[in-house]
Design a protein around this ligand. Sequence first.
Ligand SMILES: Cc1cc2nc3c(=O)[nH]c(=O)nc-3n(C[C@H](O)[C@H](O)[C@H](O)COP(=O)(O)OP(=O)(O)OC[C@H]3O[C@@H](n4cnc5c(N)ncnc54)[C@H](O)[C@@H]3O)c2cc1C
Length: 545
Amino acid sequence: MEYRFDFLVIGSGVAGLSFALKAARFGSVAVVTKKDKLETSTNYAQGGIASVLGPDDSFQLHVQDTLNAGDGLCHPDVVELVVRSGPERIRELLEIGVQFNRQSAEDGPLDLGREGGHSRNRIVHAQDMTGRALEQALIAAAEQNPNITLFENHFTMDLITQHGSIRAGSMALLQEATCWGVYVLDNNTQETHTFLAHVILLCTGGCGKVYVYTSNPDVATGDGLAMAYRSGAKLANLEFVQFHPTCLYHSRAKNFLISEAVRGEGGRLIDRRGQAFMEKYHPLKDLAFRDVVARAIDTEMKQSGDDCVFLDITHRDAEFIRQRFPNIYEKCLSLGIDIARDPIPVVPAAHYMCGGIVTDDWGRTSIANLYAIGECACTGLHGANRLASNSLLEAMVFAHQAVLHCTPHLEALRRLTLPDIPRWPANAASASNTSGEMVLIAHNWDVIRRLMWNYVGIVRTDKRLSLARTHVAQVRMEIKEHMPHIPINSDLLELQNLALVAELIIHCAIQRKESRGLHYNQDHPHRDDIHWRHDTHIQSLVEAS
Ligand SMILES: Cc1cc2nc3c(=O)[nH]c(=O)nc-3n(C[C@H](O)[C@H](O)[C@H](O)COP(=O)(O)OP(=O)(O)OC[C@H]3O[C@@H](n4cnc5c(N)ncnc54)[C@H](O)[C@@H]3O)c2cc1C
């Protein structure tokens, strides 16, 4: 089947929905999402959204904190843009009914939390379930909007792009590329569809699933990064993977995060013997940047051989803990941990991708008509490390920017004649003759995720990165050989994307011969501003059609 819309949004998280709601004033919008509409990282965000709203705060301070976190690689103009847009974006959320915590009465000032790296209280939050409040309000508004059609369980397989024919040797120059739409697998019927639009947005979120331990939900397989790369878009800074220091360590807890706000409210990291250890690593102790805390925990665990460390907030009043962290409190209690009395067992886990598809101030990628917003984008805001709670803000600001940029051109885009778009090629494999090979998918998922954790994790070395490159290349070869014989399905497509993203992360990590922000390589332990104070760009060369 072929669908046509003015705007096509891939992803139903904060980035996709923020754009959809604004764009719907100008034309028809399709929001395509590969699972349930709520299954997004946005929905699991706990801490909140950073914005300058307190009387003791200023744009300058938020800018400075963001630049400090980014360790020399933030783009200062982008940081200014995002920080200054913050209060307006928060006001819009209040207008669509997001219930943020307030200091006192219903219409009193917003309660502002504090997180690591922030010099002021500026985290707007809805208890410790900010993402859920945000996601539910955005979904409710989108569902009421007659111009927005939501396609759940629709997996986007690839972009439909046309490349210009200017050549450099045997390769095409990519500036001519244009995106016309996407191919989609309907997971309800297993049919493939073509979606065409004048403006296409990748809002596919992060890629935490490339690591075996992650705070991310299952949807975070880096599909947007892989699709954009295959189409020749520019990507950057994929070596900067943020590991959240404190994921709950429990055999029955899957991907459950213990928010940074717990440390913001006085929680201290201790070892099995009850000894606090962060003062050995940083003057800010438990409120040091995430990468410092994650590395400190990694070091403590390697030295002691323990499986985890502990986060202790038992010195705070039990009623305060239950009020401030109801979600964390209930989750831990359901596993037999009363956080008002017991320290919480925690380990670091892959949390956020600072790099992504390169975009400009309007969210535009290097491919015409294609925008990338949210965690899949690399805007220049985060540099080498993300300041806590800046990502939800970034997604909303760039959704706004993209609407400002594309809607004035909509009429002109509507007049363009679309080229002939071929259908998705049928896959010859049938389920009956290949079911035995489905084991390849499960096995290779596991291989990649463990390999990335062990060789491309919090602390890296040249040797491990080189070994990782060899192993991932083998896995990719195996997938390529077997793909035509396995019926197309979303597990296989995700595996293909995950393997490619793993390869790209390794490639970027090998390029950077220094340690900066989230990238720490024991063989190059120092920051080297002379050679490496720049983004790591990566782009495939696509043959002209
Ligand atoms: C546990 C947790 C806590 C966090 N806490 C905070 C916080 O307190 N503050 C903060 O600022 N940030 C936080 N973050 C980060 C933040 O939540 C994310 O960066 C942000 O929500 C990303 O939004 P997004 O719209 O880009 O992607 P997401 O919200 O992840 O949405 C991605 C969407 O794309 C869809 N998708 C992906 N691939 C395909 C495909 N092939 N076809 C169709 N659809 C596809 C998914 O199904 C999903 O709908 C947290 C993240 C996690 C995991």
